[in-house]
Design a protein around this ligand. Structure first.
Ligand code: CUA
Length: 340
């Protein structure tokens, strides 16, 4: 044991610059482009939240500056005892600055928070459009009240007006969150929850399940697509129509292969004999932004891989590997991509 003494006493250099560098790097990772930020609001609800966030931020900056100023002041007076304040003042000072002022600030913030909560509960004008969203492990089923037809992981809304969103879950708890449009609303089994979206400008807003719901919780994303009213109406009309008929020989062969496969037991393609409801409706699959609720991009290569064995792409999802004839796969891809 005596031989270890010098080793234990050896001074270990603390790589402070490296630690600070790593910390800064981690912080900067938060600035990476692409991630939707609540501080870059595109909708009425998120703007209210962002405004409140900035208010809290500036209040905390003011408190920080005030505390630092008091600290410096205390240090200065500690060094010069003769310049100390009158002994009777500290009690009043502690009561006013330490209890009175924080009480007023917290009360004001609490009041403003209640005002914002009330404002977020309902949109200012009654919505004309209602979207019915159901959370599944791990994808979002999207329907519109009064419209026959469904899509998945993509919610189209008209820009410049509020849209009601009715939320339910088919299995476990999920949470519906579009950081740039609206704060979270939890999906609770057996209940219908409601929220609303009001996009102020056209665009695509990424949404995400914000409640841990199992293995593929991270791959339970969706896209809110806000478009001018006329464009939205045209899209909604198309949603109710039968899926487009095949245009080419490859698409025709693909449709035949699709309708003869096990796919039809779980998926719907409107206007065909495929009427399954276990998995997402595929009638507009070709136009969707991703496969597997944000797992991979929606293109031919990824679609082929998904059909053959989606478990290698998104392990644990409900779709079993498909025994598809390799020669038929390109036709199947061509058909599914033509569904728009
Ligand atoms: Cu659904 Cu997390």
């Amino acid at each position: 044991m005596a031989g270890r003494g010098p080793q234990i006493r050896r001074r270990r250099s603390v790589p402070i610059p490296r630690a600070v560098g790593c910390g800064l790097l981690l912080l900067l990772c938060g600035c990476a482009g692409g991630a939707p930020s609540t501080l870059d609001p595109g909708g009425v609800g998120a703007r209210r939240v962002a405004d409140f966030w900035w208010l809290l931020f500036w209040i905390s900056v003011a408190v920080f500056v005030e505390v630092m100023a008091l600290l410096v002041w205390a240090l200065v007076f500690r060094r010069h005892p003769r310049r100390r304040l009158d002994r009777s003042d500290p009690v009043r000072f502690v009561v006013v600055a330490g209890a009175g002022l924080p009480f007023v600030v917290l009360l004001a913030v609490y009041g403003l928070g209640l005002r914002d909560l009330a404002a977020l509960a309902q949109p200012e004008t009654p919505p004309a459009v209602t979207v019915e969203v159901t959370g599944h492990k791990w994808w979002w089923e999207v329907r519109y009240a009064g419209v026959d037809g469904a899509t998945a992981n993509e919610i189209r809304i008209p820009v410049g007006e509020p849209v009601r969103v009715r939320l339910r879950t088919a299995d476990v708890l999920h949470s519906f969150w579009v950081p740039q449009l609206m704060p979270k609303t939890d999906l609770i089994a057996g209940k219908i929850r409601e929220t609303w979206l009001h996009a102020e400008r056209p665009g695509e807003y990424r949404g995400q399940c914000a409640e841990y719901c199992g293995l593929q919780h991270a791959h339970m994303a969706f896209l809110v697509v806000a478009r001018p009213r006329a464009e939205f109406d045209a899209w909604l009309a198309r949603l109710a129509e039968p899926a487009p008929a095949p245009d080419s020989d490859a698409e025709r062969r693909g449709r035949q292969a699709f309708l003869q496969s096990a796919c039809v037991a779980c998926h719907t393609v409107r206007g065909t004999s495929a009427t399954g409801t276990v998995g997402p409706d595929l009638s507009m699959l070709g136009a969707r932004w991703s496969l597997g609720a944000g797992a991979v991009p929606n293109d031919g290569g990824h679609l082929g891989g998904w059909i053959a064995n989606s478990q290698t792409v998104k392990p644990g999802n409900a779709m079993p590997p498909q025994p598809v004839d390799a020669a038929a796969l390109p036709d199947l891809i061509a058909y599914l991509e033509s569904l728009r």
